[in-house]
Design a protein around this ligand. Structure first.
Ligand SMILES: [Zn+2]
Ligand SMILES: [Zn+2]
Length: 367
């Protein structure tokens, strides 16, 4: 079948919007007619080469749509179901999947690294040349073929152009606050980085009942958004010393939880310095694989500090995605306001330009 899609052929070059071939779903796979796809910072990192993908590739991993066809053996979704796409094509069989940690599934990691679907092959091509999938998704396209485990059914009364956000930014951000950091009622939180994911950490912390939520960023426009999403205080780290500011807001102690959404050694250091004794730092900002941070061992011990990573919001998608949709429909989770601007697929390169200029938090492509 032919469809329109945006293909990345070379790093740091514009995507090419053109007709490509997509095959029918095979065993355990699902064809989804996409309604919308968010543009995530990780897509930009794939274009610049910070995140490695086998080229050519169709990027996009934050999609939602309607199931158009199911392959043999598919049990959990049917034609006509509305789905949010997860970029964890988990196997359902391994120890991690059975433990309820599908995001750590080695088979899903292989899918992401090799740009295939779980059977090791690709469903995308142009003039006979295969094109890689991105995270087993590839949502900068009219259709995608995904593993059954990536197609998460949601309620049909939820708008798909908002639901798409739940597949990456919301699941990661809200999930990190609730499941990763495990923010408790009455606690204090600082969030370093108030972009698309950071805003979701902030609204997740608010859902968890945090008493103080301090947003830290370099851009005043992002800090304004942070207030709207539940930050009780903001710190512009370009204007004041953020560690002093955070301590000043917490009686000199520091906060119970810092969630670091940038992924730089300096911001991880700032996160560590900003927790109180017994507090935790949760890392979710993704740097290049070569980036490291020197851990102050003695201080770590004396502070009883916890430094941990959180991946994909520690989510179990089949549980958490429908739950977040319910929270949105009940008015308890903000999705509409996360979207700075809507675009068409033909405007895909403009989205990345707008992102690089810092003009938008989240661009949404309507397909
Ligand atoms: Zn993403
Ligand atoms: Zn598995």
């Amino acid at each position: 079948m032919k469809m329109k899609a945006a293909v990345l052929y070379e790093l740091n070059k514009p995507l090419v919007v053109e007709e490509v071939d997509i095959e029918h779903p095979k065993d355990g796979e699902v064809l989804v007619k996409l309604a919308a796809s968010g543009v995530c910072h990780s897509d930009l990192s794939a274009i610049t080469g910070v995140l490695k993908k086998p080229l050519p590739v169709i990027l996009g991993h934050e999609g939602a749509g309607v199931v158009a066809e199911v392959g043999p053996g598919v049990k959990n979704v049917k034609v006509g179901d509305h789905v949010v796409i997860s970029w964890i094509a988990s196997c359902g069989q391994c120890a991690y999947c059975i433990e309820g940690k599908p995001r750590l599934c080695p088979s899903a990691a292989k899918v992401r690294a090799e740009g295939t679907l779980p059977d090791g092959t690709k469903r995308l091509s142009i003039n006979g040349q295969t094109i890689s999938h991105s995270g087993g998704v590839s949502s900068f396209a009219e259709y995608c073929v995904v593993a059954e485990s990536s197609a998460i059914p949601i309620r049909k009364d939820a708008p798909l152009d908002k639901a798409a956000l739940v597949g990456c930014a919301v699941l990661t951000g809200v999930g990190t606050a609730l499941n990763g950091a495990k923010v408790q009622p009455g606690s204090t939180v600082a969030v370093i980085g108030a972009g698309g994911v950071g805003l979701n950490v902030i609204q997740g912390s608010q859902l968890a009942g945090a008493e103080k939520i301090i947003a830290v960023d370099l851009a005043d426009s992002k800090l304004e958004m942070a207030k709207f999403f539940g930050a009780t205080h903001t710190v512009n780290s370009g204007k004041v010393d953020p560690v002093q500011a955070i301590k000043g807001l917490t009686g000199g102690l520091g906060v119970d939880y810092v969630i670091e959404v940038i992924g730089l050694p300096q911001t991880v250091g700032l996160a560590f310095d900003s927790i109180k004794k017994g507090g935790s730092v949760t890392l979710i900002g993704m740097p290049d694989a070569s980036v490291t941070w020197n851990m102050p061992i003695l201080e770590m011990i004396r502070k009883e500090a916890i430094v941990q990573g959180s991946y994909y919001g520690n989510a179990v998608e089949r549980v958490d995605i429908p739950k977040y949709m319910d929270l949105y429909m009940a008015g308890k989770l903000k999705l509409d306001e996360l979207i700075s601007k809507f675009y068409t697929l033909d405007e895909i390169n403009t989205v990345f330009k707008d992102m690089e200029k810092g003009e938008i938090a989240r661009g949404m492509i309507i397909l």
